[in-house]
Design a protein around this ligand. Structure first.
Ligand code: ADP
Ligand code: MG
Length: 442
Protein backbone atom coordinates (compact mmCIF):
# COMPACT_ATOMS: atom_id res chain seq x y z
CA UNK A 1 0.00 0.00 0.00
CA UNK A 2 1.26 3.54 -0.76
CA UNK A 3 2.36 5.86 2.00
CA UNK A 4 -0.55 7.54 3.77
CA UNK A 5 -1.11 11.25 3.19
CA UNK A 6 -1.89 11.84 6.83
CA UNK A 7 -0.92 9.84 9.86
CA UNK A 8 -2.15 10.97 13.24
CA UNK A 9 -0.91 9.18 16.32
CA UNK A 10 -2.00 9.70 19.92
CA UNK A 11 -3.15 13.27 19.38
CA UNK A 12 -4.27 15.12 22.47
CA UNK A 13 -5.25 18.66 23.33
CA UNK A 14 -6.94 19.10 26.68
CA UNK A 15 -8.54 22.15 28.26
CA UNK A 16 -9.55 22.22 31.90
CA UNK A 17 -8.96 19.64 34.60
CA UNK A 18 -12.34 18.15 35.45
CA UNK A 19 -14.11 17.55 33.23
CA UNK A 20 -11.35 17.26 30.67
CA UNK A 21 -12.44 18.95 27.46
CA UNK A 22 -10.96 18.97 23.98
CA UNK A 23 -9.36 16.02 22.21
CA UNK A 24 -8.27 13.26 24.57
CA UNK A 25 -7.07 10.73 22.02
CA UNK A 26 -7.12 10.58 18.25
CA UNK A 27 -5.44 8.15 15.87
CA UNK A 28 -6.13 8.41 12.17
CA UNK A 29 -4.60 7.25 8.94
CA UNK A 30 -5.77 8.81 5.68
CA UNK A 31 -4.66 7.73 2.22
CA UNK A 32 -4.24 10.12 -0.72
CA UNK A 33 -7.70 11.10 -2.09
CA UNK A 34 -9.49 9.26 0.70
CA UNK A 35 -12.63 10.95 2.04
CA UNK A 36 -13.78 10.54 5.62
CA UNK A 37 -16.40 12.21 7.75
CA UNK A 38 -16.35 12.95 11.46
CA UNK A 39 -19.55 13.15 13.45
CA UNK A 40 -20.03 13.82 17.13
CA UNK A 41 -22.12 15.88 19.48
CA UNK A 42 -21.35 19.54 20.19
CA UNK A 43 -18.33 20.00 22.39
CA UNK A 44 -16.92 16.55 21.61
CA UNK A 45 -13.72 18.09 20.21
CA UNK A 46 -14.29 18.10 16.43
CA UNK A 47 -13.14 21.66 15.78
CA UNK A 48 -10.17 21.24 18.11
CA UNK A 49 -9.12 18.14 16.17
CA UNK A 50 -9.47 19.83 12.78
CA UNK A 51 -7.57 22.93 13.86
CA UNK A 52 -4.66 20.74 15.00
CA UNK A 53 -4.69 18.90 11.67
CA UNK A 54 -4.76 22.25 9.87
CA UNK A 55 -1.62 23.35 11.72
CA UNK A 56 -3.51 26.08 13.55
CA UNK A 57 -3.51 24.71 17.06
CA UNK A 58 -0.56 22.93 18.63
CA UNK A 59 -1.36 19.56 20.23
CA UNK A 60 -0.33 18.80 23.82
CA UNK A 61 1.07 15.54 22.58
CA UNK A 62 0.96 13.11 19.70
CA UNK A 63 2.09 13.57 16.14
CA UNK A 64 0.63 14.57 12.78
CA UNK A 65 2.59 13.34 9.80
CA UNK A 66 1.48 15.09 6.64
CA UNK A 67 3.06 13.65 3.49
CA UNK A 68 5.70 12.17 5.77
CA UNK A 69 6.58 15.44 7.57
CA UNK A 70 5.74 16.05 11.21
CA UNK A 71 3.57 19.15 10.99
CA UNK A 72 4.34 20.37 14.47
CA UNK A 73 8.08 19.86 14.21
CA UNK A 74 8.30 22.25 11.24
CA UNK A 75 9.05 25.95 11.60
CA UNK A 76 6.07 28.31 11.52
CA UNK A 77 7.09 29.42 8.03
CA UNK A 78 7.17 25.84 6.74
CA UNK A 79 3.84 25.08 8.36
CA UNK A 80 2.33 28.22 6.79
CA UNK A 81 3.55 27.15 3.36
CA UNK A 82 1.89 23.78 3.75
CA UNK A 83 -1.30 25.54 4.82
CA UNK A 84 -1.14 27.82 1.80
CA UNK A 85 -0.51 25.18 -0.82
CA UNK A 86 -1.42 21.73 0.40
CA UNK A 87 -3.98 21.87 3.17
CA UNK A 88 -7.14 23.87 2.73
CA UNK A 89 -9.14 24.53 5.90
CA UNK A 90 -12.77 25.53 5.54
CA UNK A 91 -14.48 26.37 8.79
CA UNK A 92 -18.14 27.07 9.41
CA UNK A 93 -17.16 30.73 9.58
CA UNK A 94 -14.85 30.96 6.60
CA UNK A 95 -16.12 33.93 4.62
CA UNK A 96 -15.37 36.17 1.66
CA UNK A 97 -14.22 39.76 1.71
CA UNK A 98 -17.53 41.48 1.07
CA UNK A 99 -16.24 44.50 -0.84
CA UNK A 100 -14.36 42.38 -3.41
CA UNK A 101 -16.02 40.63 -6.32
CA UNK A 102 -16.38 36.87 -6.21
CA UNK A 103 -13.60 36.50 -8.76
CA UNK A 104 -11.25 38.83 -6.89
CA UNK A 105 -11.85 36.87 -3.71
CA UNK A 106 -10.51 33.80 -5.50
CA UNK A 107 -7.58 35.65 -7.03
CA UNK A 108 -6.67 37.32 -3.76
CA UNK A 109 -6.27 33.93 -2.09
CA UNK A 110 -3.88 32.98 -4.91
CA UNK A 111 -2.00 36.24 -4.62
CA UNK A 112 -1.56 35.77 -0.87
CA UNK A 113 -0.08 32.35 -1.47
CA UNK A 114 2.48 33.79 -3.85
CA UNK A 115 0.81 33.27 -7.25
CA UNK A 116 0.58 36.42 -9.38
CA UNK A 117 -2.55 37.73 -11.09
CA UNK A 118 -1.65 36.24 -14.46
CA UNK A 119 -4.23 35.81 -17.26
CA UNK A 120 -4.00 32.05 -16.82
CA UNK A 121 -4.78 32.18 -13.10
CA UNK A 122 -7.75 34.42 -13.94
CA UNK A 123 -8.94 31.79 -16.45
CA UNK A 124 -8.53 29.05 -13.89
CA UNK A 125 -10.50 31.05 -11.34
CA UNK A 126 -13.29 31.53 -13.90
CA UNK A 127 -13.31 27.80 -14.55
CA UNK A 128 -13.62 27.08 -10.85
CA UNK A 129 -16.52 29.53 -10.57
CA UNK A 130 -18.13 27.89 -13.56
CA UNK A 131 -17.70 24.52 -11.90
CA UNK A 132 -19.72 25.70 -8.88
CA UNK A 133 -22.24 27.45 -11.12
CA UNK A 134 -21.17 30.96 -10.16
CA UNK A 135 -19.74 32.30 -13.41
CA UNK A 136 -22.59 34.79 -13.69
CA UNK A 137 -21.69 36.17 -10.27
CA UNK A 138 -17.94 36.45 -11.01
CA UNK A 139 -18.03 40.25 -11.03
CA UNK A 140 -20.64 40.64 -8.30
CA UNK A 141 -19.35 42.05 -4.99
CA UNK A 142 -19.43 39.23 -2.45
CA UNK A 143 -21.78 41.18 -0.20
CA UNK A 144 -24.59 40.57 -2.72
CA UNK A 145 -24.17 36.78 -2.79
CA UNK A 146 -26.68 34.55 -1.00
CA UNK A 147 -25.58 32.23 1.82
CA UNK A 148 -25.43 29.23 -0.51
CA UNK A 149 -23.50 31.19 -3.16
CA UNK A 150 -20.91 32.26 -0.59
CA UNK A 151 -20.36 28.62 0.36
CA UNK A 152 -19.99 27.69 -3.29
CA UNK A 153 -17.49 30.48 -3.84
CA UNK A 154 -15.51 29.21 -0.85
CA UNK A 155 -15.48 25.73 -2.39
CA UNK A 156 -14.34 27.24 -5.71
CA UNK A 157 -11.53 29.02 -3.89
CA UNK A 158 -10.53 25.71 -2.30
CA UNK A 159 -10.60 24.03 -5.70
CA UNK A 160 -8.37 26.71 -7.22
CA UNK A 161 -5.58 26.03 -4.74
CA UNK A 162 -5.62 22.30 -5.64
CA UNK A 163 -4.83 21.14 -2.12
CA UNK A 164 -3.84 17.61 -1.26
CA UNK A 165 -6.16 17.72 1.72
CA UNK A 166 -9.37 19.64 2.40
CA UNK A 167 -10.42 19.95 6.03
CA UNK A 168 -13.99 21.17 6.28
CA UNK A 169 -15.57 21.94 9.64
CA UNK A 170 -19.35 21.87 9.25
CA UNK A 171 -19.18 23.48 5.81
CA UNK A 172 -22.88 23.00 5.10
CA UNK A 173 -24.40 23.90 8.47
CA UNK A 174 -27.30 26.36 8.79
CA UNK A 175 -28.66 25.61 5.31
CA UNK A 176 -31.92 23.97 4.36
CA UNK A 177 -31.61 20.25 3.84
CA UNK A 178 -31.81 20.29 0.03
CA UNK A 179 -29.15 22.98 -0.22
CA UNK A 180 -27.01 21.14 2.35
CA UNK A 181 -27.20 17.98 0.29
CA UNK A 182 -26.33 19.79 -2.96
CA UNK A 183 -23.35 21.52 -1.40
CA UNK A 184 -22.12 18.33 0.18
CA UNK A 185 -22.28 16.59 -3.21
CA UNK A 186 -20.43 19.52 -4.75
CA UNK A 187 -17.68 19.26 -2.14
CA UNK A 188 -17.24 15.54 -2.81
CA UNK A 189 -17.20 16.23 -6.53
CA UNK A 190 -14.55 18.93 -6.18
CA UNK A 191 -12.35 16.60 -4.15
CA UNK A 192 -12.78 13.86 -6.72
CA UNK A 193 -11.83 16.15 -9.57
CA UNK A 194 -8.77 17.59 -7.90
CA UNK A 195 -7.85 14.26 -6.31
CA UNK A 196 -7.87 15.86 -2.87
CA UNK A 197 -8.38 13.90 0.31
CA UNK A 198 -11.18 15.17 2.52
CA UNK A 199 -11.99 15.22 6.22
CA UNK A 200 -15.37 16.76 6.81
CA UNK A 201 -17.15 17.38 10.09
CA UNK A 202 -20.91 17.22 9.88
CA UNK A 203 -23.90 16.67 12.11
CA UNK A 204 -25.75 15.02 9.28
CA UNK A 205 -25.17 11.28 9.59
CA UNK A 206 -26.75 10.41 6.25
CA UNK A 207 -24.38 12.82 4.48
CA UNK A 208 -21.49 11.51 6.55
CA UNK A 209 -22.22 8.02 5.30
CA UNK A 210 -21.64 8.99 1.68
CA UNK A 211 -17.90 9.07 2.22
CA UNK A 212 -15.37 6.25 2.33
CA UNK A 213 -15.46 6.08 6.13
CA UNK A 214 -17.33 7.64 9.01
CA UNK A 215 -15.48 8.36 12.24
CA UNK A 216 -17.07 9.43 15.51
CA UNK A 217 -15.65 11.76 18.12
CA UNK A 218 -17.19 10.97 21.43
CA UNK A 219 -16.11 12.82 24.58
CA UNK A 220 -12.79 13.68 22.99
CA UNK A 221 -11.99 10.18 21.72
CA UNK A 222 -11.93 9.42 18.01
CA UNK A 223 -13.49 6.08 17.18
CA UNK A 224 -12.71 4.58 13.84
CA UNK A 225 -15.22 1.90 13.01
CA UNK A 226 -18.78 3.07 13.50
CA UNK A 227 -20.06 -0.49 13.76
CA UNK A 228 -18.11 -0.85 16.99
CA UNK A 229 -19.36 2.39 18.48
CA UNK A 230 -22.16 2.44 20.98
CA UNK A 231 -25.31 3.60 19.14
CA UNK A 232 -25.54 6.68 21.42
CA UNK A 233 -22.80 8.41 19.45
CA UNK A 234 -24.73 8.57 16.21
CA UNK A 235 -28.20 9.05 17.61
CA UNK A 236 -27.35 11.77 20.14
CA UNK A 237 -27.30 14.88 17.93
CA UNK A 238 -30.61 13.87 16.38
CA UNK A 239 -32.06 13.08 19.78
CA UNK A 240 -31.02 16.42 21.24
CA UNK A 241 -32.42 18.26 18.27
CA UNK A 242 -35.73 16.41 18.53
CA UNK A 243 -35.91 17.05 22.27
CA UNK A 244 -35.45 20.79 21.90
CA UNK A 245 -37.90 20.88 18.99
CA UNK A 246 -40.53 19.17 21.11
CA UNK A 247 -39.93 21.54 24.03
CA UNK A 248 -39.93 24.53 21.77
CA UNK A 249 -43.10 23.64 19.92
CA UNK A 250 -44.82 22.75 23.22
CA UNK A 251 -44.06 26.26 24.48
CA UNK A 252 -45.20 27.83 21.22
CA UNK A 253 -48.35 25.75 21.29
CA UNK A 254 -49.18 26.89 24.80
CA UNK A 255 -48.85 30.58 23.95
CA UNK A 256 -50.78 29.96 20.76
CA UNK A 257 -53.72 28.36 22.51
CA UNK A 258 -53.90 31.14 25.13
CA UNK A 259 -54.10 33.79 22.43
CA UNK A 260 -56.24 31.60 20.17
CA UNK A 261 -54.29 32.74 17.12
CA UNK A 262 -52.80 30.26 14.72
CA UNK A 263 -50.13 32.59 13.35
CA UNK A 264 -48.77 33.78 16.72
CA UNK A 265 -46.83 30.67 17.70
CA UNK A 266 -45.14 30.67 14.32
CA UNK A 267 -44.21 34.35 14.69
CA UNK A 268 -42.90 33.86 18.23
CA UNK A 269 -40.99 30.79 17.20
CA UNK A 270 -39.32 32.62 14.31
CA UNK A 271 -38.31 35.59 16.44
CA UNK A 272 -37.06 33.53 19.32
CA UNK A 273 -35.12 31.42 16.88
CA UNK A 274 -33.64 34.53 15.24
CA UNK A 275 -32.48 35.92 18.60
CA UNK A 276 -31.12 32.57 19.67
CA UNK A 277 -29.28 32.21 16.36
CA UNK A 278 -27.79 35.70 16.71
CA UNK A 279 -26.35 35.16 20.15
CA UNK A 280 -25.25 31.62 19.24
CA UNK A 281 -23.54 33.02 16.19
CA UNK A 282 -21.72 35.70 18.21
CA UNK A 283 -20.68 33.11 20.75
CA UNK A 284 -19.50 30.69 18.06
CA UNK A 285 -17.56 33.46 16.33
CA UNK A 286 -15.76 34.20 19.58
CA UNK A 287 -15.07 30.50 20.12
CA UNK A 288 -13.64 30.25 16.64
CA UNK A 289 -11.47 33.30 17.23
CA UNK A 290 -10.23 31.95 20.53
CA UNK A 291 -9.54 28.40 19.56
CA UNK A 292 -8.76 28.49 15.84
CA UNK A 293 -8.13 32.13 15.00
CA UNK A 294 -5.19 32.68 17.29
CA UNK A 295 -1.67 31.42 16.65
CA UNK A 296 0.84 31.37 19.48
CA UNK A 297 4.47 30.33 19.43
CA UNK A 298 7.18 30.31 22.08
CA UNK A 299 10.00 32.02 20.19
CA UNK A 300 12.66 32.84 22.73
CA UNK A 301 13.95 32.43 26.25
CA UNK A 302 16.89 34.47 27.41
CA UNK A 303 18.65 35.29 30.65
CA UNK A 304 18.14 39.00 31.02
CA UNK A 305 19.42 39.84 34.43
CA UNK A 306 21.28 37.48 36.61
CA UNK A 307 19.06 34.56 37.54
CA UNK A 308 16.04 35.88 35.60
CA UNK A 309 14.69 34.02 32.57
CA UNK A 310 12.61 36.07 30.10
CA UNK A 311 10.38 34.05 27.77
CA UNK A 312 8.81 35.55 24.62
CA UNK A 313 5.71 34.29 22.89
CA UNK A 314 4.33 35.63 19.60
CA UNK A 315 0.59 36.08 19.25
CA UNK A 316 -0.93 36.11 15.75
CA UNK A 317 -4.46 36.87 14.71
CA UNK A 318 -4.92 34.31 11.92
CA UNK A 319 -8.09 35.97 10.69
CA UNK A 320 -7.34 39.68 10.42
CA UNK A 321 -10.90 40.44 9.33
CA UNK A 322 -11.94 39.82 12.96
CA UNK A 323 -10.98 41.95 15.94
CA UNK A 324 -9.20 40.07 18.66
CA UNK A 325 -8.38 41.39 22.14
CA UNK A 326 -6.33 39.38 24.55
CA UNK A 327 -5.66 39.75 28.25
CA UNK A 328 -2.76 37.64 29.60
CA UNK A 329 -3.93 36.23 32.92
CA UNK A 330 -1.66 33.50 34.14
CA UNK A 331 1.75 31.90 33.65
CA UNK A 332 2.67 28.59 35.21
CA UNK A 333 6.05 26.90 35.04
CA UNK A 334 6.43 23.23 35.86
CA UNK A 335 9.68 21.30 36.09
CA UNK A 336 9.74 17.53 35.74
CA UNK A 337 10.91 15.74 38.88
CA UNK A 338 10.55 11.98 38.51
CA UNK A 339 7.12 11.35 37.07
CA UNK A 340 5.65 14.54 38.59
CA UNK A 341 5.62 18.14 37.38
CA UNK A 342 6.58 20.53 40.24
CA UNK A 343 5.16 24.06 39.94
CA UNK A 344 7.41 27.16 40.15
CA UNK A 345 6.42 30.84 40.25
CA UNK A 346 6.33 32.93 37.09
CA UNK A 347 4.70 36.23 36.06
CA UNK A 348 3.85 38.14 32.92
CA UNK A 349 6.32 41.02 32.45
CA UNK A 350 4.92 44.42 33.38
CA UNK A 351 4.64 45.40 29.70
CA UNK A 352 2.50 42.29 29.05
CA UNK A 353 -0.05 42.74 31.79
CA UNK A 354 -2.70 44.70 29.94
CA UNK A 355 -5.21 44.10 27.16
CA UNK A 356 -3.56 43.66 23.77
CA UNK A 357 -5.31 44.39 20.47
CA UNK A 358 -3.99 41.64 18.22
CA UNK A 359 -4.25 43.56 14.94
CA UNK A 360 -0.74 42.44 13.94
CA UNK A 361 1.80 40.06 15.40
CA UNK A 362 2.32 40.88 19.08
CA UNK A 363 5.01 39.67 21.43
CA UNK A 364 4.30 38.99 25.10
CA UNK A 365 6.98 38.26 27.65
CA UNK A 366 6.97 36.46 30.96
CA UNK A 367 9.60 36.04 33.69
CA UNK A 368 10.69 33.41 36.13
CA UNK A 369 13.75 32.71 38.20
CA UNK A 370 13.59 30.18 41.02
CA UNK A 371 14.09 26.76 39.55
CA UNK A 372 14.89 23.63 41.54
CA UNK A 373 18.36 22.25 42.27
CA UNK A 374 17.16 18.72 41.58
CA UNK A 375 15.29 17.76 38.44
CA UNK A 376 14.87 14.94 35.97
CA UNK A 377 17.23 15.20 33.00
CA UNK A 378 15.87 13.92 29.71
CA UNK A 379 18.72 15.78 27.98
CA UNK A 380 21.90 15.68 30.11
CA UNK A 381 22.33 18.87 32.15
CA UNK A 382 18.92 20.33 31.18
CA UNK A 383 15.67 20.84 33.06
CA UNK A 384 12.53 19.57 31.37
CA UNK A 385 10.09 22.47 31.62
CA UNK A 386 6.42 22.88 30.82
CA UNK A 387 5.14 26.43 30.39
CA UNK A 388 1.40 27.05 30.60
CA UNK A 389 0.20 30.44 29.37
CA UNK A 390 -3.40 31.51 29.90
CA UNK A 391 -5.24 34.46 28.35
CA UNK A 392 -8.77 35.79 28.13
CA UNK A 393 -9.99 36.47 24.61
CA UNK A 394 -12.70 38.90 23.51
CA UNK A 395 -13.71 40.44 20.20
CA UNK A 396 -13.97 43.97 21.57
CA UNK A 397 -12.24 46.05 24.27
CA UNK A 398 -15.60 46.28 26.08
CA UNK A 399 -16.90 42.77 25.45
CA UNK A 400 -20.66 42.16 25.35
CA UNK A 401 -20.14 38.45 25.90
CA UNK A 402 -17.95 36.99 28.61
CA UNK A 403 -14.43 36.53 27.26
CA UNK A 404 -13.22 32.98 26.67
CA UNK A 405 -10.19 31.49 28.31
CA UNK A 406 -7.45 29.90 26.27
CA UNK A 407 -4.40 28.07 27.56
CA UNK A 408 -1.29 27.08 25.63
CA UNK A 409 1.34 24.64 26.84
CA UNK A 410 4.91 24.70 25.60
CA UNK A 411 7.64 22.23 26.48
CA UNK A 412 11.34 23.11 26.51
CA UNK A 413 14.65 21.80 27.77
CA UNK A 414 16.18 24.62 29.77
CA UNK A 415 19.74 25.22 30.90
CA UNK A 416 19.85 25.75 34.68
CA UNK A 417 21.46 28.89 36.13
CA UNK A 418 24.39 26.82 37.42
CA UNK A 419 24.86 24.17 34.77
CA UNK A 420 26.93 21.08 35.36
CA UNK A 421 29.71 21.15 32.68
CA UNK A 422 30.32 17.42 32.92
CA UNK A 423 26.69 16.62 32.20
CA UNK A 424 26.59 19.11 29.32
CA UNK A 425 29.71 17.55 27.76
CA UNK A 426 27.64 14.42 27.13
CA UNK A 427 25.58 16.28 24.52
CA UNK A 428 28.61 17.04 22.28
CA UNK A 429 27.22 20.43 21.30
CA UNK A 430 29.52 21.97 18.65
CA UNK A 431 29.61 25.37 20.41
CA UNK A 432 28.05 26.88 23.52
CA UNK A 433 25.15 24.81 24.88
CA UNK A 434 21.90 26.59 23.97
CA UNK A 435 19.95 28.19 26.80
CA UNK A 436 16.80 26.41 25.71
CA UNK A 437 15.76 23.74 23.26
CA UNK A 438 12.10 23.90 22.20
CA UNK A 439 10.43 20.54 22.04
CA UNK A 440 7.86 19.16 19.68
CA UNK A 441 4.59 18.29 21.42
CA UNK A 442 4.88 14.94 23.15
P1 ADP B 1 -16.91 20.69 18.78
O1 ADP B 1 -16.31 21.30 17.55
O2 ADP B 1 -17.00 19.19 18.72
O3 ADP B 1 -18.22 21.32 19.14
P2 ADP B 1 -14.70 21.93 20.14
O4 ADP B 1 -13.50 21.26 19.60
O5 ADP B 1 -15.00 23.28 19.62
O6 ADP B 1 -15.95 20.97 20.01
O7 ADP B 1 -14.54 22.05 21.72
C1 ADP B 1 -14.44 20.92 22.59
C2 ADP B 1 -14.49 21.40 24.02
O8 ADP B 1 -13.25 22.00 24.37
C3 ADP B 1 -15.56 22.46 24.27
O9 ADP B 1 -16.10 22.22 25.54
C4 ADP B 1 -14.82 23.77 24.21
O10 ADP B 1 -15.42 24.77 24.99
C5 ADP B 1 -13.47 23.36 24.79
N1 ADP B 1 -12.35 24.13 24.22
C6 ADP B 1 -11.97 24.14 22.93
N2 ADP B 1 -10.85 24.89 22.79
C7 ADP B 1 -10.55 25.38 24.04
C8 ADP B 1 -9.50 26.22 24.58
N3 ADP B 1 -8.51 26.70 23.81
N4 ADP B 1 -9.51 26.52 25.91
C9 ADP B 1 -10.51 26.01 26.71
N5 ADP B 1 -11.50 25.19 26.27
C10 ADP B 1 -11.53 24.89 24.96
MG1 MG C 1 -17.07 22.76 16.23
Amino acid sequence: MSKPLLEVIGLRRIFGAEPQLGVLHADLCLQESEKVSIVGSSGSGKSTLLSMLAGLQRPDCGSILFAGRNLWELTTRERCRIRQHQICFISQFTSLIESLTTLDNLLLAQRLSGVDFSPSSRDQAYQCLERVDLKEQANTPAKFLSGGEVRRAIFARAMLSEPKLILADEPTSNLDSQMEQNLFDLLIDICQQSDSALIVVTHNVSLADRLDRRLTLEDGILHGDPTHNPPRAESQPQLEQNKSLVLFSRRALLIGSVLSLVSVPVWIERNAQRLRNKSLLERSKLERLTFSGLGTELVDIKLDRKDMYIGSVTIDNLDVTQDLFLLPTNVEIFVQAGTAWSPFPAVWSLSSQSVVHVDRQRVLTFEFSDLPEKYTELVPGYLHVRINLTYLIANSPQPQYSPLERRDSFFVYLLPINPNPERLELNHFPGQPPLFIPMPPH
